[in-house]
Design a binder for this molecule. Structure first.
Ligand SMILES: Cc1cc2nc3c(=O)[nH]c(=O)nc-3n(C[C@H](O)[C@H](O)[C@H](O)COP(=O)(O)OP(=O)(O)OC[C@H]3O[C@@H](n4cnc5c(N)ncnc54)[C@H](O)[C@@H]3O)c2cc1C
Length: 451
C-alpha cells in the first residue's frame, strides 16, 4: 500500500472548502485529476481568519473574503454558457439535499434562518421593453435542457398564466421605464429555479462537513496565515522548482506533497505566476436596513414576496454615466436589503514585487485593507441611487445603513482557474480560484469537478 500523501490548501473560502470536502468525500466519483491523485490522503486547510470562532460572520467588518457575506445569488441562467448552466443545476440538487438533511424541506418557509438555499426566484429585468440577445440565449438554453417551463416572460400571456398556476405570478413585477412616452415598462423574465444562498451560513456548514470528514483546519493570523511557499530544486525536472510545503506566519514550515492556492483575491500575492490570469477588483455593495416594526416593508421585501432582482447593463444615461448591472436580494432575517453594483469594478494599483510575470507598468491591483472598504466611489453610488429610484422607491431618500467594497478574483474570461501550475515541478502546486463574481453558488460541486 502506498504512503498517504498530503495536500495543503491555502484559504477556507468557497473554493478551498469545496475542494477540501471533495478530497475527503468517500462517495465522490473519480474522474477529477486531483481527486484521483489525492483521494483519501491527508488534507489540511490553512486560513488566516478564525472562522472556527466567528462562523464566517458577515457582520464582521474586519473580515475581507468574498465568501463571507449574508447572501449570494443562485442562478442557472448563463446565456450561451451551457456548461455553467448545467453545473449550476447539478449544484442546485446538492444545495437542496444538504438543506433537507438539515431539516429544511423545499416546501418549508423561505424565511427559515437555517435554510441555506432559498428558492425565492430571480427577476431578470431587461434594459428596455424587449428581450435582449443574452436573455434570448438563456431562454434557448433553458429550453434545450427542459427548463423553459420554469421561466416566465412578463409579456408572454402563456407564461403569465403558467406563473399564476404555479404560484409565481406575484413575483413577476412590473416597473415603469422612467420618462418613457407613451408610458412603458421594462420587459422581465422570472426564473423560478433561481434564488440565493446564505453564503456565510453555507461556508460555516461546509467547514463542519469537511472537518467531520477528517480535513484538518489551522485558523488564525499566526497559525493559519500563510507567509510563503517553500520550494526546492526538483530532481526529476531540474529546470523547475518544486514546492515542498508552506511557511505560516508563526515561522513553522508545513510539508505537503501538493499545495493548493485557493486564496481568492489574494491568490496572486501568494503565487505571482497567476498575475497573467487573475486580477483583484472591487464590487460595490450598499445596504438598507428594514425595521421589523415596519410591517409593510418587512413583508414586501421578504424572500416569500420579493425575488432576487437583477437589472442588466443599460445604455448610459443622458449624462453619459453607467447605471446598469445592478441587483438586489430579498431582505435577510435581520432586515438587511443588499444592493450590488458591478457595472464598473474598481482596482487598487500598487507596485508589484520584482519578478511578477505580468504587471501594468510595474503595478498590479491588490485589495484595499478592510478598514478602507466601507465607502463607495461616486460612480457606484450614483448608479445605485438611480436603481433605487426605479426599483426600490421607498428607499429613494433613505441613507445607506452600510456600504462595502467586496473583492472579486477576476479571470480573463470569467472562467474559474482550476489546475496544476505547469511552472512547478512534479505537480506540486494546484490552483483553485478565479471566482469572477459567480463562484459561490457552486460550493457543493466545485471541488468534485476540479480537474
Ligand atoms: C461583490 C461580489 C458579489 C458576488 N456575487 C455573487 C453571486 O451573486 N453569486 C455567486 O455565485 N457568486 C458571487 N460572487 C463570487 C463568489 O463570492 C466568489 O466566487 C467566491 O466567494 C470566491 O471564493 P474564494 O474561496 O475563491 O475566495 P475568498 O472567499 O476570498 O476566500 C479566500 C480565503 O483565503 C484566505 N486567505 C487569503 N490569503 C491567505 C493567506 N496568505 N493565508 C491563509 N489564508 C489566506 C482568505 O482569508 C479567505 O478566507 C460575488 C463576489 C463578489 C466579490
Amino acid at each position: 500500500m502506498s504512503e498517504p500523501k498530503s495536500v495543503a490548501i491555502i484559504g477556507a473560502g468557497i473554493f478551498g472548502l469545496s475542494l477540501a470536502a471533495a478530497l475527503r468525500d468517500r462517495g465522490a466519483e473519480n474522474g477529477s485529476r486531483l481527486i484521483d491523485d489525492f483521494k483519501d490522503h491527508k488534507v489540511t486547510v490553512f486560513e488566516r481568519y478564525d472562522y472556527d470562532q466567528n462562523s464566517y460572520d458577515a457582520n464582521d467588518d474586519e473580515i475581507q473574503a468574498a465568501s463571507v457575506d449574508h447572501n449570494k445569488i443562485f442562478r442557472a441562467s448563463y446565456g450561451k454558457e451551457i456548461h455553467y448552466q448545467r453545473l449550476a443545476m447539478e449544484g442546485r440538487k446538492f444545495w437542496i439535499s444538504e438543506d433537507e438533511k438539515r431539516g429544511c424541506s423545499q416546501e418549508g418557509s423561505d424565511s427559515e434562518e437555517k435554510r441555506i438555499f432559498v428558492n425565492s426566484g430571480m427577476l431578470r429585468v431587461q434594459p428596455s421593453d424587449h428581450l435582449e440577445a443574452l436573455e434570448r440565449e438563456t431562454l434557448a438554453n433553458m429550453e434545450r435542457d427542459g427548463f423553459r417551463d420554469a421561466q416566465f416572460v412578463k409579456s408572454n400571456a402563456e407564461d403569465q398564466q403558467r406563473a399564476d398556476r404555479l404560484g409565481w405570478k406575484d413575483k413577476l413585477l412590473d416597473f415603469t421605464i422612467p420618462d418613457s412616452s407613451p408610458v412603458t415598462s421594462y420587459e422581465a423574465v422570472l426564473d423560478s429555479l433561481a434564488g440565493f444562498v446564505r453564503c456565510s451560513n453555507a461556508c460555516a456548514h461546509y467547514q463542519k462537513v469537511a472537518a467531520s470528514q477528517g480535513v484538518q483546519f489551522r485558523f488564525g493570523q499566526e497559525l493559519g496565515a500563510v507567509d510563503s511557499l517553500v520550494k526546492e530544486s526538483s530532481t526529476t525536472e531540474p529546470e523547475k522548482a518544486k514546492v515542498i510545503g508552506l511557511k505560516t506566519k508563526d515561522g513553522v514550515i508545513h510539508k505537503a506533497d501538493v499545495v493548493v492556492v485557493a486564496a481568492g483575491s489574494l491568490s496572486t500575492q501568494i503565487l505571482p505566476d497567476l498575475s497573467y490570469h487573475l486580477e483583484s477588483s472591487a464590487g460595490s455593495l450598499a445596504i438598507f436596513k428594514i425595521n421589523q416594526n415596519d410591517k409593510e416593508l418587512w413583508d414586501k421585501y421578504s424572500p416569500e414576496k420579493f425575488p432576487v432582482l437583477t437589472w442588466k447593463s443599460t445604455p448610459r444615461d443622458p449624462t453619459g454615466k453607467d447605471t446598469g448591472s445592478i441587483y438586489v436580494l430579498p431582505r435577510t432575517p435581520e432586515g438587511l436589503l443588499k444592493i450590488g453594483y458591478r457595472g464598473l469594478k474598481f482596482t487598487n494599483f500598487k507596485p508589484a514585487p520584482g519578478g511578477t510575470p505580468f504587471t501594468q507598468d510595474g503595478q498590479w491591483s491588490v485589495p484595499l485593507p478592510p478598514k478602507e472598504c466601507h465607502s463607495l466611489q461616486e460612480q457606484a453610488e450614483y448608479a445605485i441611487r438611480q436603481f433605487v429610484s426605479i426599483f426600490l422607491p421607498e428607499f429613494r431618500n433613505v441613507p445607506f445603513y452600510s456600504a462595502k467594497l467586496c473583492w472579486y478574483t477576476d479571470s480573463l474570461d470569467n472562467s474559474f482557474v482550476i489546475d496544476y501550475v505547469p511552472e512547478y515541478a512534479e505537480k506540486s502546486v494546484f490552483v483553485c480560484t478565479g471566482g469572477s463574481g459567480h463562484g459561490a453558488k457552486f460550493l457543493p460541486i466545485l471541488g468534485k469537478v476540479s480537474q
